[in-house]
Design a protein around this ligand. Structure first.
Ligand code: SAH
Ligand code: SF4
Ligand code: F3S
Length: 476
C-alpha cells in the first residue's frame, strides 16, 4: 500500500497526541508537566509557549502522564473526529485521575475555546479550561485549582502574540523549527471553526520574529517555517527599534528579512491564501535561494459556486491565475493543497471540477478531507449538510486516488537528477538511512555515509521514488 499522505509535518492539521518533553528548568518546583498536542502546527508551536511559561514556574516536563502532576491536552476542533480523539484521550486521563486525585487535568486550545465552560460540565475530570490567548494566565489558573476551584479563561485578545516569550523547543530535531508570525483569522470561510476558536487576526512584531530566527540559527537550526493561518495578510505597523519613523512590514518584506538572516538558513512558510498571495511574495521567493520553492495554497474546491458558498472569496479562474503566476515566476515551485469533499449541495459535476482542477495544477501533494459540519459556523447555520456519508467517502476516495497519481508524477521528475537536501536525521524506517527534504519539500531517504550528519546540506542523486518519498545516494 502506498502512503497517500506525505510525511510532512507542516500542514498535518491532525497530528495526534504527541507528548512533548524538554530539559529540566533552572529552578525546580518538584512538579512535573505532561503536555500532549493535537491539530495544526500552530497548536504545537503554542504548546512550546505553554511549556516555556510553566518551566519559568519551575516545572519539569515528562513524557509519561502517569508520573505527572499536571496533564495538559492542547486540542483541535477542526473536524468532528479531531474532537472525538481528544475526548477518548480524556477518558484515559480520567482513569489516572481516579488513581491519583491530586492530578490536575487541563484542556487548552481550540476545543477549550469552542466549548468554554460547557467543557467543565461535560467532562467532570477536567480542572482547568484555557483558550489560546490566555496562556499567560496559566500560573494563576493553576493556583486557583490548587485552592480547590475549577478554573477557566477563554478570553480572546486582539493583541496577544506571545512575542516576548521565547518558546522552548519540544522534541525537536535541532535542525528545523516553527516560528509563529501571526495569530487568529479574519476570513470566515463558511466551513471553518478557526475564526471562532482563535479570534481576530493579528501580526507579530517583525523584530521579535527576526530575533527568534537569528537565535535559532546561532543554536544550529538550519530551517525555519513561518506560521500563520493566512500568512499573506501579515501586516505590521509600528516603529523601527531605535527610530522614530513609523514603518509598515508586509509578508513579502518579512520573508526577505528572515531570508537575510543567513543564506544557510532555509525559510519556509504556511499557509498561503489564494485571494491574498501577491506577485511581490512570488518574486521574493524567486530572488532568494534559501526561500524554499514550495507553496501550500489550499483550493478547497474546484467549483466557483461551491467556493462562493464556502466564502473563500475567489473563483476557479482566480485560483488558476494564481497557479499560472507561480509557474511563471518560480518555474520549479512545488504546490500543495487542502481539498474538502462533499461540501453542502456539491453536485457530481462540481466534484468533477475539483478533479479537473487537480489535473490542471498537478499538486505535489494534498491533504484531503470529507466535509464535517462544525457547530456555530456560517455553513452550519445556513446550509444543510446534505451530501450522504457514502457519497462523501466515494468522492474523497476519487480525490485521494488522483492525488496519489499526481504525487507520483511529480516525484518521478526528480528521478535521475541530483537534489540538494538538508539532512534532518535518521530515517524512521531504518537507522542505516538518513533523511531530509529538498527545496520543494519532498522527503528524500538515502544510505547513511560516514561524516554526514543532521544539519548538513548534501547533494543526493535520486535513483527511484514511491508516491511519497524519493530514494537516492549521496554524491560529492
Ligand atoms: N488557514 C488554512 C487552513 C486551516 S484548516 C487555509 O485557509 O487554508 C486546514 C484545513 O482543514 C482547511 O484548509 C480545510 O481543507 C480543512 N477543514 C477546515 N474545516 C473543515 C471542515 N469543517 N470539514 C472538513 N475539512 C475542514
Ligand atoms: Fe479557516 Fe478560512 Fe481562516 Fe483558513 S482562511 S483558518 S480555512 S477561516
Ligand atoms: Fe485545529 Fe485550532 Fe489548528 S481547530 S487546525 S488546532 S487552529
Amino acid at each position: 500500500m502506498i502512503n497517500l499522505q506525505p510525511t510532512d509535518k507542516i500542514h498535518d492539521e491532525e497530528r495526534q497526541g504527541e507528548a512533548l518533553v524538554v530539559d529540566a528548568p533552572l529552578v525546580r518546583n518538584g512538579r512535573k508537566l505532561y503536555i500532549e498536542s493535537y491539530g495544526c502546527q500552530m497548536n504545537f508551536a503554542d504548546s512550546e509557549i505553554v511549556a516555556s511559561i510553566l518551566l519559568d514556574q519551575g516545572f519539569e516536563t515528562t513524557g509519561d502522564y502517569k508520573e505527572a502532576d499536571v496533564v495538559f491536552i492542547n486540542t483541535c476542533s477542526i473536524r468532528e473526529n479531531a474532537e472525538q480523539r481528544v475526548r477518548n484521550r480524556l477518558s484515559q486521563f480520567g482513569v489516572e485521575k481516579r488513581r491519583n486525585p491530586n492530578l490536575i487535568v487541563g484542556v487548552l486550545g481550540c476545543m477549550a475555546e469552542r466549548l468554554k465552560s460547557k467543557f467543565l460540565e461535560e467532562e467532570k475530570l477536567v480542572d482547568v479550561v484555557v483558550g489560546p490567548d490566555a496562556y499567560r494566565e496559566l500560573p494563576q489558573l493553576l493556583a486557583e485549582v490548587e485552592s480547590g476551584h475549577k478554573a477557566i479563561n477563554v478570553l480572546l485578545s486582539r493583541e496577544e502574540t506571545y512575542a516576548d516569550i521565547s518558546p522552548v523547543r519540544l522534541n525537536g530535531n535541532g535542525i528545523t523549527a516553527f516560528i509563529s508570525i501571526m495569530r487568529g483569522c479574519d476570513n470566515m470561510c463558511s466551513f471553518c471553526v478557526v475564526p471562532f476558536t482563535r479570534g481576530r487576526e493579528r501580526s507579530r512584531d517583525p523584530f521579535s520574529i527576526l530575533v527568534e530566527a537569528q537565535d535559532l540559527f546561532e543554536k544550529g537550526y538550519k530551517e525555519v517555517t513561518l506560521l500563520g493561518q493566512n500568512v499573506d495578510s501579515y501586516k505590521w505597523k509600528g516603529n523601527d527599534a531605535g527610530e522614530d519613523a513609523a514603518i509598515e512590514v508586509n509578508f513579502a518584506q518579512l520573508l526577505e528579512k528572515v531570508a537575510l538572516v543567513s543564506p544557510d538558513l532555509r525559510v519556509r512558510f504556511s499557509t498561503s491564501h489564494p485571494k491574498d498571495i501577491t506577485d511581490e511574495v512570488l518574486y521574493t521567493i524567486a530572488k532568494y535561494d534559501n526561500i524554499c520553492n514550495y507553496i501550500h495554497l489550499p483550493v478547497q474546491s474546484g467549483s466557483s459556486r461551491i467556493l462562493e458558498l464556502m466564502n473563500r472569496t475567489y473563483t476557479r479562474e482566480w485560483y488558476i491565475n494564481r497557479i499560472d503566476a507561480i509557474r511563471n515566476i518560480i518555474p520549479d515551485c512545488a504546490i500543495s493543497s487542502d481539498i474538502i469533499a462533499g461540501f453542502c449541495t456539491e453536485t457530481e459535476e462540481e466534484h468533477q471540477e475539483t478533479l479537473s482542477m487537480m489535473d490542471y495544477v498537478k499538486y505535489d501533494f494534498a491533504f484531503t478531507f470529507s466535509y464535517s459540519e462544525r457547530p456555530g459556523t456560517l455553513a452550519a447555520r445556513k446550509f444543510a449538510d446534505d451530501i450522504p456519508e457514502p457519497v462523501k467517502k466515494r468522492r474523497l476516495a476519487e480525490i485521494l486516488l488522483k492525488q496519489q497519481q499526481t504525487s507520483l508524477f511529480r516525484l518521478q521528475h526528480f528521478v535521475g537528477k541530483t537534489v540538494r537536501i538538508l539532512v534532518e536525521g535518521t530515517s524512521k524506517k531504518s537507522d542505516k538511512d538518513l533523511c531530509g527534504r529538498n527545496d520543494q519539500n519532498a522527503m528524500v531517504v538515502f544510505p547513511a555515509t560516514a561524516g554526514v550528519e543532521a544539519g548538513q546540506y548534501v547533494n543526493v542523486h535520486i535513483d527511484r521514488c514511491t508516491s511519497a518519498t524519493l530514494l537516492g545516494t549521496i554524491v560529492n
